[in-house]
Structures are given as structure tokens and as C-alpha cells.
Design a binder for this molecule. Sequence first.
Ligand SMILES: NC(=O)c1ccc[n+]([C@@H]2O[C@H](COP(=O)([O-])OP(=O)(O)OC[C@H]3O[C@@H](n4cnc5c(N)ncnc54)[C@H](OP(=O)(O)O)[C@@H]3O)[C@@H](O)[C@H]2O)c1
Length: 323
Amino acid sequence: MPYAIHILETGGPEVMRVVDVPEELPGPGQISIDQTAVGLNFIDVYHRTGLYPIDLPAAIGLEAAGSIDKVGDGVTEFSVGDRVAYAGGGLGAYTSKRVINADAVVKIPHDVTDETAAAVMLKGFTASYLLHRTHPVKKGDIVLFHAIAGGVGLIACQILKQLGAIVVGTVGSKEKAEIARKYGCDYPIVYTEESFKDTVMDITDGVGVPVVYDSVGASTFDESIDCLAKFGTFVSFGNASGPVPPFEPGLLSQKGSLFFTRPTLMSHIGTHELVTELAGWLFNHIKNGLKVEIKQTFALKDVADAHRALESRNTTGSTILSP
Ligand SMILES: NC(=O)c1ccc[n+]([C@@H]2O[C@H](COP(=O)([O-])OP(=O)(O)OC[C@H]3O[C@@H](n4cnc5c(N)ncnc54)[C@H](OP(=O)(O)O)[C@@H]3O)[C@@H](O)[C@H]2O)c1
């Protein structure tokens, strides 16, 4: 019998329950997937804690891969046996079997494993839109990217190097700094021990950087804004330490006519065409050397341990949950 991870109430990792679920048949335009790998993402923590409110009870999770076992009426692009993956398409990825709209999925190329696809889609899509669309990074830019040894971080680091940027990345420990360096980070800073603003100002001769990508939120906001050059862009894309506190728009003028944006991936993957385009770009990058190492694997039924590891900053790179 299929099973899923449900939450009945928001709270700590213990609120996630393993429940048996009846097998669903795909309706028109839908497919059913035997899932082999589920991607762990920090947004799953926000859904679980209630920071991002959702209707309860709910199945959580946004990213997975597997093989199609049934197709609904009207589905022409996919057949039984196709290996597919998704990042989005509604909550409910934490399950052994998933019915989902065919529009949300893409085929996985033969040289990419299910685990890699589930490890890279949401994080890679995010890195792509942040660095190409939100603030297009140019060759020679000095860029500050927080939590560079994390899931989004290690992918973003490699893309930044391909774009010709100089990468200043923050990390929570010396071990993470070594990992970041291996992925191309030019200046890993252990921000739990030293000021990242001082390093940024040293590297930029006191000018500051044109862009900060900040997914840490509350604990880094004040120092991050002080790292920006005049007319710089603050990209706030996450809240790992808590949400950014409210601030007066006047702060942006005082600090040098800054731009502030709070983007979300979901605005960038609204259609099947957009998902297919981003996935094609990402899988091509993997073929050309983008490293997606799965640094941690947990059984899906042990998802509470996976959340504890992620929230206590004990993971690097991508984490997979095995159904
Ligand atoms: N807006 C979007 O479209 C979008 C899409 C995807 C992800 N995100 C955001 O991007 C960030 C990265 O996501 P991810 O799934 O790849 O996670 P992750 O980076 O693998 O994990 C989060 C990292 O944040 C750092 N961190 C700093 N302070 C923390 C604290 N108080 N508690 C926990 N972690 C803390 C830790 O790295 P250090 O120990 O090195 O500091 C931790 O490893 C998350 O904030 C996520 O919400 C946003």
C-alpha cells in the first residue's frame, strides 16, 4: 500500500506522520508516479512550522522523481515506464506514489539518475532564476551569496563561476568552507566566527558588492545591506534563520539608492513550457560538468531526522529521501 508523510498540525519535526494512503488513479491530464527519490528542501521546513501557512491536514514536499505507472486520459507527452521528475505542481511529494498533473513533470535524460534529478530540480531552478533573471550576474562581478555550502548554494556557486563572477560565500563552519572552496567559491567566510562585511569591504576596496543573495534572513539582513555598493541589489530569497524584520523604505535610500526584491521560484515555473525550458538548461549543465553530489540520504519514513539535520545546519549540498 502506498504511504505518505502528513502533518495534522504545524510544529517540530515530530508532527510529520507516516500514513498509509489509498492508491489513487490519475484523472484526465494526470499521471501516477512510482516515486524512487524525494528532494529535501528548506521550504518543507517552513511548511511544517507554519512560517508559510498551508491548509491542514496536508501532505508536504515539492520535489521528486520516479517512473510513470499509469497515465490519465488526454496525456500524450508521457507513457508508462517513462522516468520523470518535478519541482512544484502542488504539495505532496513526500510519498511513495504520487498522482500529479502531467504539466508539472519533465522526462529525465538517460544519463541522469532519479536521485540526481530529485536533488537538483528545485535547487537548480532557483539558482538559475536568481542568477539569470532576478539580478543577471556579469563576468567580473563580485557577488555575495549566503549559505554557499547548502543545497541551492553549491549549485549557485558553480553557475556563478561559469558566468565569470568572483564568489564571496558564507558558511557555518571551517569544514563547510573547504567544501565551498572545492566547488569554486573564491572567498568562503565562516560567518559564525568573523564579519562577512569586513571581508567584502577588503575585497572590494571599500566599494561593496553589486548584489547580495540572502536566504538566511533575520540574522544576516543588517550586515548584508551594509555590503552593497551604491545602486546595489538585495535579493532576499529565504528565511533559514527567521524572516527579515520589517524595515522603512528610507533605509534603501540611506544606504545608496539600493534595490530590494523578494522573489519566489513559483513565479518562474508557472507553465509546462517554463519548467521544460529550465529543466533542459539544467540537465544540459549536468552533462557539461555541473556537480550535484547527494551528501545525505535518509529513508522517507525517517524524514523527521532529515528535517532535524537540515535545521541544525548539519547538512551540505543536496539531501535525498528514499521512499
Ligand atoms: N525564494 C525561492 O524561490 C527559494 C527557492 C528555493 C530555496 N529557497 C531558500 O534558499 C535557502 C536554501 O535552501 P536549501 O533547501 O538549499 O537549504 P540549505 O541551504 O541546504 O540549508 C539552509 C542553510 O542555511 C544556513 N543557515 C544559516 N542560519 C541558519 C539557521 N539559523 N538555521 C538553519 N540554517 C541556517 C545553513 O548553512 P550554514 O551553516 O553554512 O550557515 C544551512 O545549511 C533556504 O532559505 C530556502 O528557503 C528559496
